[in-house]
Write a protein that binds this ligand. Structure first.
Ligand code: ADP
Ligand code: MG
Length: 268
């Protein structure tokens, strides 16, 4: 038992695939870790891209988020160190693919992850931050992520139709707040894959800002090939190419996020 406070838990969610959730989760987690905050990245996507992106080999994923959701064993049993100092991961275990269906008939199915992270038997207080990489859906795994989180961070790809579907996501966040987790706040919307040479990118950014106002982070993540190279090399961008525009943008974004959290956001 520890008297240290629970870590701040941030879910990275958007039901669209390919919008930059995993890249954001890895880059943010690595930047926090580098800033001296012990951080845990939770891979809640059965595709396991966050695990691959941090070079966790498949044979090291036997215990992971599935076992954590199944309950009863200490967090530490599922946590793996990464090559980044201060950064640990709970990888997506192979069984996670079936979790969505298996959990449906379980009691308190929406609270599985929340309980796993707050149970006194499962000491998560060694971490200052937990970053939860959600799958591209609004189904039970993402709901578990939102119920377990203090705030939700929404990456928005600067592409056509980016805003479409956001109302569905907003409704899900509202529903989770009302029914399961009144504490959940919107950490903000992060514009990703912005392409300076493409007018459409600017149009989407302007639209998002006029619609969501200050909820949109000032920092925009540019489209930068180094970011996709980094994950295929199993490294966060900060290690792969610390001077790349992608790395600098994610560092700036992390600072902005930390600033926004001080003082802690008022309860809505
Ligand atoms: P999601 O988790 O939402 O599905 P990913 O983070 O996996 O999205 O990103 C989808 C793809 O786009 C990946 O191949 C990733 O490497 C690439 N990618 C993500 N962000 C950027 C960026 N800013 N610039 C270029 N490629 C990116
Ligand atoms: Mg992903």
């Amino acid at each position: 038992m520890s008297e240290r406070p629970l870590p701040h838990r941030i879910a990275v969610a958007n039901q669209k695939g390919g919008v930059g959730k995993t890249t954001t989760a890895i880059s943010l987690a690595a930047a926090l870790a580098r800033g001296g905050h012990p951080t845990l990245l939770l891979d809640l996507d059965p595709q396991g891209n966050a695990s691959t992106g941090l070079a966790i080999a498949r044979d090291q994923r036997q215990a992971g988020t599935y076992e954590l959701l199944a309950g009863n064993s200490p967090l530490i049993a599922h946590t793996r160190p990464t090559a980044v100092a201060n950064l640990a991961i709970v990888p997506a275990s192979p069984d996670l693919a079936g979790a969505e269906i298996e959990l449906v008939s379980e009691p308190r199915r929406e609270y599985r992850l929340a309980e796993a992270l707050t149970s006194p038997r499962i000491d998560s207080s060694a971490f200052a931050y937990v970053i939860i990489d959600c799958p591209p859906s609004l189904a039970l795994l993402t709901v578990n992520g939102l119920v377990a989180a203090d705030s939700v961070l929404v990456p928005l790809q600067c592409e056509f139709f980016a805003l479409e579907g956001l109302s569905q996501l907003t409704r899900t966040i509202e529903l989770v707040r009302r029914r399961f987790n009144p504490r959940l706040s919107l950490a903000g919307i992060l514009l990703t894959m912005h392409d300076r040479r493409n007018n459409l990118s600017d149009l989407v950014a302007t639209d998002a800002r006029s619609f969501f106002g200050e909820k949109v982070f000032e920092t925009t993540i540019p489209r930068n090939i180094r970011l996709s190279e980094a994950s295929s090399h199993g490294k966060p961008i900060l290690d792969y190419d610390p001077r790349s525009p992608g790395a600098l943008a994610y560092l700036r974004f992390t600072e902005e996020l930390l600033q926004r959290q001080q003082p802690l956001p008022a309860q809505e």
